[in-house]
Design a protein around this ligand. Structure first.
Ligand SMILES: C[S@@+](CC[C@H](N)C(=O)[O-])C[C@H]1O[C@@H](n2cnc3c(N)ncnc32)[C@H](O)[C@@H]1O
Length: 263
Protein backbone atom coordinates (compact mmCIF):
# COMPACT_ATOMS: atom_id res chain seq x y z
CA UNK A 1 0.00 0.00 0.00
CA UNK A 2 1.38 3.42 -0.84
CA UNK A 3 2.22 5.80 1.98
CA UNK A 4 -0.67 8.21 1.27
CA UNK A 5 -3.17 5.37 1.35
CA UNK A 6 -1.68 4.18 4.59
CA UNK A 7 -1.95 7.65 6.21
CA UNK A 8 -5.53 7.91 4.95
CA UNK A 9 -6.43 4.47 6.30
CA UNK A 10 -4.87 5.13 9.73
CA UNK A 11 -6.95 8.29 10.22
CA UNK A 12 -10.12 6.84 8.64
CA UNK A 13 -10.11 3.86 10.99
CA UNK A 14 -10.08 6.19 13.99
CA UNK A 15 -12.69 8.69 12.78
CA UNK A 16 -14.96 7.58 15.64
CA UNK A 17 -12.43 7.94 18.46
CA UNK A 18 -10.32 10.89 17.21
CA UNK A 19 -12.23 13.65 19.02
CA UNK A 20 -11.98 11.96 22.42
CA UNK A 21 -8.17 11.93 22.26
CA UNK A 22 -7.27 15.01 20.20
CA UNK A 23 -6.60 17.46 23.02
CA UNK A 24 -3.23 18.59 21.67
CA UNK A 25 -4.66 19.02 18.16
CA UNK A 26 -7.45 21.22 19.58
CA UNK A 27 -4.88 23.31 21.40
CA UNK A 28 -2.95 23.64 18.13
CA UNK A 29 -6.15 24.74 16.36
CA UNK A 30 -6.86 27.42 18.97
CA UNK A 31 -3.27 28.69 18.64
CA UNK A 32 -3.78 28.84 14.89
CA UNK A 33 -7.01 30.82 15.31
CA UNK A 34 -5.16 33.38 17.43
CA UNK A 35 -2.55 33.75 14.72
CA UNK A 36 -5.09 34.42 11.95
CA UNK A 37 -7.33 36.78 13.91
CA UNK A 38 -6.47 39.63 11.51
CA UNK A 39 -6.58 37.61 8.27
CA UNK A 40 -9.65 35.48 8.97
CA UNK A 41 -12.35 38.18 9.08
CA UNK A 42 -11.06 39.59 5.76
CA UNK A 43 -10.96 36.24 3.94
CA UNK A 44 -13.75 35.64 1.44
CA UNK A 45 -12.44 32.37 -0.02
CA UNK A 46 -10.94 29.90 2.35
CA UNK A 47 -9.30 26.51 1.82
CA UNK A 48 -8.81 24.15 4.75
CA UNK A 49 -6.48 21.21 4.25
CA UNK A 50 -6.89 18.06 6.36
CA UNK A 51 -10.15 19.12 8.01
CA UNK A 52 -10.48 15.71 9.74
CA UNK A 53 -13.58 15.66 11.94
CA UNK A 54 -14.10 19.41 11.48
CA UNK A 55 -12.95 21.00 14.76
CA UNK A 56 -11.10 23.85 13.03
CA UNK A 57 -13.70 24.09 10.23
CA UNK A 58 -16.33 24.80 12.87
CA UNK A 59 -14.18 27.52 14.50
CA UNK A 60 -13.52 29.09 11.10
CA UNK A 61 -17.23 29.19 10.28
CA UNK A 62 -18.10 30.74 13.64
CA UNK A 63 -15.50 33.48 13.25
CA UNK A 64 -16.24 34.20 9.61
CA UNK A 65 -19.74 33.08 8.60
CA UNK A 66 -19.52 35.05 5.33
CA UNK A 67 -16.59 33.20 3.76
CA UNK A 68 -16.90 30.47 1.14
CA UNK A 69 -15.01 27.50 2.57
CA UNK A 70 -13.55 24.51 0.77
CA UNK A 71 -12.68 21.89 3.39
CA UNK A 72 -10.82 18.84 2.22
CA UNK A 73 -9.41 15.66 3.66
CA UNK A 74 -7.86 12.49 2.29
CA UNK A 75 -10.72 10.40 3.61
CA UNK A 76 -14.49 10.32 3.08
CA UNK A 77 -15.31 8.99 6.59
CA UNK A 78 -13.64 12.02 8.18
CA UNK A 79 -15.37 14.41 5.80
CA UNK A 80 -18.67 12.78 6.72
CA UNK A 81 -17.99 13.31 10.40
CA UNK A 82 -17.03 16.96 9.82
CA UNK A 83 -20.14 17.51 7.75
CA UNK A 84 -22.25 16.14 10.61
CA UNK A 85 -20.48 18.38 13.12
CA UNK A 86 -21.27 21.53 11.14
CA UNK A 87 -24.72 20.57 9.85
CA UNK A 88 -26.08 21.80 6.52
CA UNK A 89 -24.10 24.82 5.38
CA UNK A 90 -24.31 26.05 1.78
CA UNK A 91 -21.07 28.02 2.22
CA UNK A 92 -18.95 24.94 2.88
CA UNK A 93 -17.88 22.59 0.08
CA UNK A 94 -16.56 19.27 1.33
CA UNK A 95 -14.00 17.48 -0.74
CA UNK A 96 -12.22 14.15 -0.53
CA UNK A 97 -8.82 15.10 -1.95
CA UNK A 98 -5.10 15.17 -1.33
CA UNK A 99 -4.11 18.62 -0.09
CA UNK A 100 -0.71 18.11 -1.70
CA UNK A 101 -2.08 17.88 -5.20
CA UNK A 102 -5.09 20.15 -4.95
CA UNK A 103 -4.43 23.36 -6.84
CA UNK A 104 -7.81 24.50 -8.12
CA UNK A 105 -9.24 27.85 -7.16
CA UNK A 106 -7.98 31.12 -5.83
CA UNK A 107 -8.03 31.65 -2.07
CA UNK A 108 -7.48 34.47 0.40
CA UNK A 109 -6.51 32.10 3.18
CA UNK A 110 -5.23 28.52 3.08
CA UNK A 111 -5.25 27.02 6.55
CA UNK A 112 -4.43 23.68 8.07
CA UNK A 113 -4.20 22.25 11.56
CA UNK A 114 -1.96 19.33 12.58
CA UNK A 115 -1.69 17.96 9.05
CA UNK A 116 1.43 19.27 7.27
CA UNK A 117 3.69 16.83 9.17
CA UNK A 118 2.16 14.06 7.05
CA UNK A 119 3.08 15.64 3.71
CA UNK A 120 5.31 13.57 1.46
CA UNK A 121 6.53 16.40 -0.83
CA UNK A 122 6.23 19.64 1.16
CA UNK A 123 8.49 21.69 -1.12
CA UNK A 124 6.26 21.23 -4.18
CA UNK A 125 3.12 21.50 -2.05
CA UNK A 126 4.07 24.91 -0.64
CA UNK A 127 4.74 26.11 -4.19
CA UNK A 128 1.27 24.89 -5.24
CA UNK A 129 -0.31 26.62 -2.23
CA UNK A 130 1.50 29.83 -3.16
CA UNK A 131 0.00 29.56 -6.65
CA UNK A 132 -3.48 28.90 -5.28
CA UNK A 133 -3.47 32.14 -3.21
CA UNK A 134 -4.67 35.45 -4.55
CA UNK A 135 -2.41 38.51 -4.21
CA UNK A 136 -1.84 39.30 -0.52
CA UNK A 137 -3.32 35.92 0.43
CA UNK A 138 -2.11 34.01 3.49
CA UNK A 139 -1.03 30.49 4.28
CA UNK A 140 -1.42 29.55 7.96
CA UNK A 141 -0.72 26.17 9.45
CA UNK A 142 0.24 24.32 12.58
CA UNK A 143 2.34 21.21 12.47
CA UNK A 144 4.49 18.97 14.67
CA UNK A 145 8.27 19.11 14.77
CA UNK A 146 10.85 16.31 15.20
CA UNK A 147 11.13 16.66 18.99
CA UNK A 148 7.61 15.27 19.19
CA UNK A 149 7.55 11.96 21.12
CA UNK A 150 11.25 12.33 21.97
CA UNK A 151 10.78 10.04 24.98
CA UNK A 152 9.31 7.32 22.78
CA UNK A 153 12.18 7.70 20.32
CA UNK A 154 14.84 7.47 23.07
CA UNK A 155 13.15 4.45 24.68
CA UNK A 156 12.74 2.73 21.33
CA UNK A 157 16.45 3.09 20.59
CA UNK A 158 17.43 1.95 24.06
CA UNK A 159 15.15 -1.10 23.84
CA UNK A 160 16.56 -2.05 20.42
CA UNK A 161 20.13 -1.67 21.71
CA UNK A 162 19.35 -3.77 24.81
CA UNK A 163 18.08 -6.56 22.56
CA UNK A 164 21.06 -6.08 20.21
CA UNK A 165 18.83 -5.44 17.22
CA UNK A 166 20.84 -4.15 14.29
CA UNK A 167 18.15 -2.39 12.36
CA UNK A 168 15.02 -0.78 13.74
CA UNK A 169 13.01 1.81 11.84
CA UNK A 170 12.85 5.32 13.30
CA UNK A 171 9.56 6.52 14.71
CA UNK A 172 7.82 8.73 12.08
CA UNK A 173 8.08 11.89 14.22
CA UNK A 174 11.89 11.80 13.86
CA UNK A 175 11.37 12.66 10.19
CA UNK A 176 9.06 15.65 10.80
CA UNK A 177 10.46 18.94 9.49
CA UNK A 178 12.00 21.50 11.86
CA UNK A 179 10.94 25.13 12.15
CA UNK A 180 14.07 26.06 10.16
CA UNK A 181 13.12 23.57 7.41
CA UNK A 182 9.66 25.14 7.10
CA UNK A 183 11.16 28.62 7.06
CA UNK A 184 13.45 27.65 4.18
CA UNK A 185 10.68 25.94 2.21
CA UNK A 186 8.27 28.85 2.65
CA UNK A 187 10.97 31.20 1.45
CA UNK A 188 11.77 28.99 -1.56
CA UNK A 189 8.08 28.83 -2.46
CA UNK A 190 8.02 32.63 -2.73
CA UNK A 191 6.26 33.57 0.53
CA UNK A 192 7.13 36.76 2.40
CA UNK A 193 6.46 38.08 5.90
CA UNK A 194 6.96 34.57 7.22
CA UNK A 195 6.25 34.26 10.95
CA UNK A 196 7.05 31.04 12.75
CA UNK A 197 6.66 30.05 16.37
CA UNK A 198 7.44 26.92 18.30
CA UNK A 199 6.17 25.57 21.60
CA UNK A 200 7.15 22.48 23.53
CA UNK A 201 4.16 20.89 25.26
CA UNK A 202 4.19 18.03 27.71
CA UNK A 203 1.21 15.72 28.00
CA UNK A 204 0.95 13.10 30.77
CA UNK A 205 -0.45 9.58 30.76
CA UNK A 206 -0.81 7.01 33.54
CA UNK A 207 1.31 4.51 31.62
CA UNK A 208 3.08 3.92 28.31
CA UNK A 209 0.34 1.55 27.01
CA UNK A 210 -2.22 4.28 27.86
CA UNK A 211 -0.25 6.74 25.75
CA UNK A 212 0.13 4.31 22.85
CA UNK A 213 -3.57 3.50 22.93
CA UNK A 214 -4.52 7.18 22.89
CA UNK A 215 -2.13 7.75 20.00
CA UNK A 216 -3.70 4.88 18.10
CA UNK A 217 -7.17 6.29 18.79
CA UNK A 218 -6.24 9.52 16.96
CA UNK A 219 -4.97 7.62 13.90
CA UNK A 220 -1.54 9.28 14.17
CA UNK A 221 0.33 5.99 14.01
CA UNK A 222 3.14 4.81 11.77
CA UNK A 223 2.05 4.72 8.12
CA UNK A 224 4.88 2.25 7.52
CA UNK A 225 4.13 -0.21 10.31
CA UNK A 226 6.67 -2.93 10.98
CA UNK A 227 5.83 -6.04 12.92
CA UNK A 228 7.85 -6.10 16.11
CA UNK A 229 8.17 -8.78 18.72
CA UNK A 230 6.46 -8.78 22.13
CA UNK A 231 10.00 -8.79 23.61
CA UNK A 232 10.86 -5.52 21.91
CA UNK A 233 7.53 -4.03 22.95
CA UNK A 234 8.11 -5.06 26.58
CA UNK A 235 11.66 -3.64 26.47
CA UNK A 236 10.32 -0.37 25.04
CA UNK A 237 7.81 0.00 27.87
CA UNK A 238 10.38 -0.89 30.48
CA UNK A 239 12.89 1.61 29.14
CA UNK A 240 10.29 4.41 28.88
CA UNK A 241 9.04 3.80 32.41
CA UNK A 242 12.53 3.57 33.90
CA UNK A 243 13.88 6.69 32.20
CA UNK A 244 10.91 9.00 32.25
CA UNK A 245 8.26 8.10 34.84
CA UNK A 246 7.81 10.96 37.29
CA UNK A 247 5.22 11.62 39.99
CA UNK A 248 2.98 8.75 38.95
CA UNK A 249 2.78 9.50 35.22
CA UNK A 250 4.79 9.34 32.03
CA UNK A 251 5.51 12.52 30.04
CA UNK A 252 4.97 12.84 26.28
CA UNK A 253 6.56 15.77 24.47
CA UNK A 254 4.89 17.53 21.54
CA UNK A 255 6.82 20.11 19.54
CA UNK A 256 4.22 22.39 18.00
CA UNK A 257 5.14 24.71 15.14
CA UNK A 258 2.87 27.46 13.84
CA UNK A 259 3.46 29.27 10.55
CA UNK A 260 1.90 32.30 8.93
CA UNK A 261 3.14 33.46 5.52
CA UNK A 262 1.93 35.93 2.92
CA UNK A 263 1.94 35.92 -0.86
C1 LIG B 1 -4.20 15.00 13.05
S1 LIG B 1 -5.55 15.06 11.96
C2 LIG B 1 -6.06 16.77 12.14
C3 LIG B 1 -7.49 16.95 11.74
C4 LIG B 1 -8.04 18.36 11.96
N1 LIG B 1 -7.33 19.34 11.18
C5 LIG B 1 -8.02 18.72 13.44
O1 LIG B 1 -7.38 19.70 13.76
O2 LIG B 1 -8.64 18.01 14.25
C6 LIG B 1 -4.76 15.07 10.37
C7 LIG B 1 -5.75 15.01 9.22
O3 LIG B 1 -5.07 15.29 8.01
C8 LIG B 1 -5.55 14.44 7.01
N2 LIG B 1 -4.49 14.40 6.00
C9 LIG B 1 -3.25 13.88 6.10
N3 LIG B 1 -2.58 14.09 4.96
C10 LIG B 1 -3.41 14.77 4.13
C11 LIG B 1 -3.30 15.26 2.80
N4 LIG B 1 -2.18 15.08 2.08
N5 LIG B 1 -4.36 15.90 2.25
C12 LIG B 1 -5.50 16.06 2.95
N6 LIG B 1 -5.68 15.61 4.21
C13 LIG B 1 -4.63 14.98 4.79
C14 LIG B 1 -5.85 13.14 7.71
O4 LIG B 1 -6.76 12.35 6.99
C15 LIG B 1 -6.41 13.66 9.03
O5 LIG B 1 -7.80 13.84 8.97
Amino acid sequence: MDIKQSIRRNFARRAGSYDRHAEVQRLMARGLMERVQEELPRARRLLEIGCGTGYLTDLLRRHNPQAEVVALDLDAALIEQARRRLGPDPKVSWLVADGESFSRGCFDLIISNATFQWFTHPRETLRAHFQALGPGGCLAFSTLGPQTFRELDASWRQAAAALRLQEVAEIPARGFLTLQDWEKLLDLAGFSQVQLAQQILEAHFPSVPDFLQALKATGATNPRPRAFSPRLFAALIQSYEARFRQNGSIPVTYEVIWALARK
